[in-house]
Design a protein around this ligand. Structure first.
Ligand SMILES: Cc1cc2nc3c(=O)[nH]c(=O)nc-3n(C[C@H](O)[C@H](O)[C@H](O)COP(=O)(O)OP(=O)(O)OC[C@H]3O[C@@H](n4cnc5c(N)ncnc54)[C@H](O)[C@@H]3O)c2cc1C
Length: 438
């Protein structure tokens, strides 16, 4: 039988899935609507566009996001390969030049002889065609309705906001300075805008009273804790900022400790653009301008992209999917990415990778081999398919859902988890070898 797979969406999940299937010589029809229709949150027609932050989070193996990247790299992830090639300095995090990152992925997929790109909007789903649905959290219109019909229920949702980007040239370096947290010696990768107590309280009072863009047709605004708008966080109380995104700890300059700090992270390799860390917002554009200009060093900031907020939809996977990201009702259909209920860039890409490896086995008529909860990839897949959950709450990679039956030294839990998970990934590759190659 000729093996062909349709992938809907060339975002982080769909791009990774296309690469993995093509690598196994499975013909991929990759459908991406951007050339003909683009959601307002996207700014380019490139694949795997990073919609907000340019950070793929921690690169430390003892952090679940770091370990997830290591697992993906061991499985030859295209997303991780591109991230390494397009890395920009960001302390212990892996941040990328967003244009270089997407460009590399787009070209790799466009040049792959096993991948045929279809620049069109998909409006329906054929249950008889092996398909990976990776249309992302902003999926709308006819496809959105087709998915609803398929899963016989409404989507779940939360709101996600984007942080503004500003030009480095417009920053006043007589007030702002480079420093990474606790790094006393080096210049540091982050730009810091320090505030004294009075400046902070003025800023805070203006922020909590600033005008936000009204959200239409929504009964309730629900946020994912990690992406909560800055102004919503502020309204929870002053300490939420002082112990959160504006924490001054480790950022003293010449022995002077600021009361609060706003940090900016490099957004492109040529070092001209910076995004404001943790400042995802849905203030009106006028208010963003006014509030940002209250930050010492940013009085003349030139904002090249404003923050916005979007409804982020996903399916209630425990009712619909098994732990292979495959539909229980229609085995030809797999979901991947944020729409499946994982949360975050690398989590979305990882689910695309795993869904593709599962699809490859499924098409081989093989029993699919599961990655266990003793890997980050496997623990996320088990989480989104956990039937004990009535309503799925999206989840970042974390060690709270990681489980191992092996005896471990509890004092060195994280180090032990790292060893176990990377060994399990190698065992998985060995088990699959001969049937799908690595
Ligand atoms: C506003 C917002 C901000 C976010 N910020 C962050 C962040 O800072 N950090 C983070 O880790 N995560 C963030 N996320 C969460 C998540 O990581 C991203 O949404 C991520 O891009 C999800 O990857 P994906 O592959 O699932 O979907 P996407 O990257 O959205 O890719 C889906 C693709 O499918 C295409 N598509 C959709 N419908 C169709 C159709 N009918 N036919 C053909 N193609 C179609 C789209 O054009 C798109 O290219 C954010 C999400 C939102 C909504």
């Amino acid at each position: 039988m000729k093996k062909e797979v349709k992938i809907i969406g060339a975002g982080l999940a769909g791009s990774e899935a296309a690469y993995q299937l093509a690598k196994r010589q499975i013909k991929v029809h990759l459908y991406e609507q951007k050339g003909v229709k683009r959601h307002s949150a996207f700014h380019t027609d490139d694949f795997a566009e990073l919609i907000c932050s340019n950070s793929l989070r921690s690169d430390n193996l003892e952090n679940a996001a770091g370990l997830l990247k290591a697992e993906m790299a061991a499985l030859d992830s295209l997303i991780i390969k591109s991230a390494r090639l397009n890395k920009v300095e960001a302390g212990s995090s892996l941040a990328v030049d967003r244009h270089g990152f997407s460009e590399y992925i787009t070209q790799t997929l466009k040049n792959d002889p096993y991948i045929e790109i279809h620049n069109e909007e998909v409006t329906s789903i054929d249950q008889a065609t092996p398909t990976i649905i990776a249309a992302g959290p902003l999926c709308e219109g006819k496809l959105s309705q087709a998915i609803k019909d398929l899963i016989h229920t409404d989507y779940l949702y939360f709101f996600d906001a984007i942080a503004p980007i500003i030009e480095k040239d417009s920053i006043d370096f007589s007030k702002a300075y480079y420093k990474s947290r606790y790094d006393e010696e080096g210049e540091g990768d982050y730009i810091n805008c320090p505030m004294n107590k009075e400046e902070f309280f003025n800023f805070y009072n203006e922020l909590i009273n600033a005008k936000v863009i009204e959200v239409k047709d929504v009964d309730k605004e629900i946020y994912f804790e990690g992406c909560m708008p800055f102004e919503v966080m502020a309204k929870r109380g002053i300490k939420t900022l002082l112990f959160g995104p504006m924490k001054p700890v480790g950022l003293a300059k010449e022995g002077i400790k600021p009361y609060a700090v706003v940090q900016l992270r490099k957004d492109n390799a040529i070092d001209t653009l910076y995004n404001i860390v943790g400042f995802q917002t849905h203030l009106t554009y006028g208010e963003q301008k006014r509030i940002i200009k209250m930050i010492p060093g940013l009085e003349n900031a030139n904002i090249v992209r404003y923050g916005v907020m979007h409804r982020n939809t996903y399916i209630n996977s425990p009712k619909v999917l098994n732990a292979f990201y495959q539909m229980k009702e229609y085995p030809n259909l797999f979901f991947a990415g944020q729409i499946s209920g994982v949360e975050g860039y690398i989590e979305s890409a990882a689910s695309g990778l795993y869904a593709a490896l599962n699809m490859a086995q499924y098409l081989n008529d093989d029993k699919m081999r599961a990655l266990g909860k003793d890997t980050i990839i496997g623990s996320m897949a088990a989480y989104i398919a956990n039937e004990a959950l009535d309503k799925l709450i999206p989840m970042n990679a974390n060690f709270g859902i990681f489980q191992t039956s092996e005896a471990i030294n509890k004092k060195q839990k994280r180090q032990e988890y790292v060893k176990i998970s990377l060994r399990k990934i190698e065992e998985y590759k060995t088990q699959l070898n001969g049937r799908i190659t690595f």
